[in-house]
Design a protein around this ligand. Structure first.
Ligand code: SDX
Length: 422
């Protein structure tokens, strides 16, 4: 059987045979047969917007690989910085390459004092850290005007290093501002996760020593959140990047998309949902409320995974390691009960709704002392490496500007009516 499809325009009897290549049919082929007829797919439910070699998802079987490496192996053996290198460069680094990469990232963690003193401190005390992060990432574009030269690979890579390195500094700075604590400068003698924890939690002690179990758990969470193919925020990154906006502006657009409760804001929404449920007795009534369509089971469901999100399995296991140090989250039993009820209920089974990356991550963040409004920020820090890897891939592919077509449903032509006659 040929790996092709044939489309026939029954109005004319004309047909076109289109190859199926790597699971996709080239849309420009049918456009030759059907000029002005668009295949309508408003939320990209059945449309491929890009070809990519970065991350592979197999939603039916719950498989996730970064550049071919299974997420389970990377979570077990790698580090976020090494995974960031893998996403950006396409290969795991040699020891020499990793040392150079680690040195570069470590020595770009500082932000311009004006970003902190004049910009971040200008926000209201209760400004949501994601609002501060999105704004300050965009503001970095004004501090590095040379970043617009995206055709110069060295210039582009410099911005990539700066963004990966500075996200934790901006994130921690947003938190410190929100609690009225002094800004903590990066400690270049610490690794990525431990330095972030130092910038978050250091008070009067001369040097903040992160608990190694918690620092490792956070690094694993960073690995798990680093990329996820054409998700909403990555699509925002590629869309804005396709206009050749600089990496800072494009990253701010991606972080804006991540902020939404359907996407990266879900980890915060899960905790709010568990707070609303309150006790095991209320689990069944809440599930019934969801089944009536009156609420969503936050942290459940996924556009691609129609099986257990492989990241959720690793996060669930990591949660127990964290609770060994912090004490068990009082919400854990509630979350486990909710998962058990949902996974045995026909409503969720028929819709292939399983826990996703956000269902258990919030429990870990809460146990580690992060306030809820920092949870999406914790998602944005590592996803920056993924967003930037897609931005670079888009440029390498010579992609045209994203400009979808539409189905027009508005008014037909009509003449202007002066206001006195309306
Ligand atoms: C992330 O894309 C990615 O890769 C994202 C991400 C990444 O790493 O980048 O994995 C990170 O965003 C994970 C998702 C976090 N969001 C949530 O947990 C919020 C709750 N989940 C949903 O709102 C929803 O499941 C989405 C947004 C994740 C997916 O939405 P879809 O694919 O558009 O599915 P849908 O809304 O069309 O739902 C299909 C059916 C509907 O029922 P019917 O209308 O067919 O009767 O399933 C139902 C929905 O009502 N449904 C849910 C549900 N999710 C879907 N019902 C109850 N609770 C839910 N969570």
């Amino acid at each position: 059987m040929p790996e092709t499809i044939t489309i026939t325009d029954n109005r004319t009897g004309d047909s076109i045979e289109i190859p199926i290549d790597q699971g996709a049919a080239d849309a420009t082929q049918w456009a030759k047969l059907l000029p002005g007829v668009w295949f309508h797919d408003p939320s990209f439910g059945a449309t491929s917007a890009a070809s990519s070699s970065i991350t592979e998802l197999d939603g039916a079987n719950g498989i996730l690989r970064y550049r071919g490496y299974p997420i389970e192996q990377l979570a077990e053996h790698s580090s976020y910085l090494e995974v960031a290198y893998l996403l950006i460069h396409g290969e795991l680094p040699t020891a020499k390459e990793f040392e150079a990469w680690r040195y570069e990232i470590t020595h770009h963690t500082f932000i311009h004092e004006n970003v902190r003193k004049r910009f971040m401190e200008g926000f209201h005390h209760d400004a949501h850290p994601m609002g501060i992060l999105v704004s300050t990432v965009a503001a970095l574009s004004t501090f590095y005007p040379g970043a617009k030269d995206i055709d110069d690979r060295d210039v582009l890579m410099k911005q990539v290093v700066r963004l990966i390195a500075k996200m934790p500094t901006l994130a921690a700075g947003a938190y410190r501002h929100s609690v009225g604590m002094p800004f903590v400068y990066p400690d270049n003698s610490l690794d990525f996760a431990a330095n972030f924890l130092s910038m978050m939690w250091k008070t009067a002690e001369p040097r903040y020593e992160a608990n190694p179990v918690l620092a490792r758990a956070l690094d694993v969470l960073f690995i798990l959140h680093a990329d996820h193919e054409q998700n909403c925020s990555t699509t925002a990154m590629r869309t804005v990047g396709s206009s050749h906006a600089d990496p800072y502006i494009s990253t701010a657009a991606a972080a804006s998309a991540l902020y939404g409760p359907r996407h990266g804001g879900a980890n915060e929404a899960v905790i709010r949902m568990l707070n609303e449920i309150g006790s095991i007795e209320n689990v069944a009534p809440y599930v019934e409320k969801v089944k009536r369509g009156e609420a969503r089971l936050q942290g459940f469901g996924h556009r691609v995974y129609k099986n257990y999100d492989p990241r959720a399995k690793i996060i669930k296991r990591t949660a127990y390691e964290v609770f060994e140090v912090t004490g068990k989250s009082p919400m854990l039993d509630l979350a486990l009960a909710l998962e058990e009820v949902a996974l045995s209920d026909e409503y969720f089974i028929s819709r292939k709704l399983y826990p996703n990356v956000d269902f258990y991550s919030g429990l870990i963040y809460q146990a580690m002392g992060f306030p809820m409004d920092m949870f999406t920020v914790l998602f944005a820090i590592p996803r920056t490496a993924g967003w930037l890897s897609h931005y670079m891939e888009l440029l390498d592919q010579g992609s045209r500007i994203y400009r979808p077509r539409q189905v027009f449903t508005g008014a037909a032509e009509r003449d202007y009516v002066p206001i006195v006659n309306r």
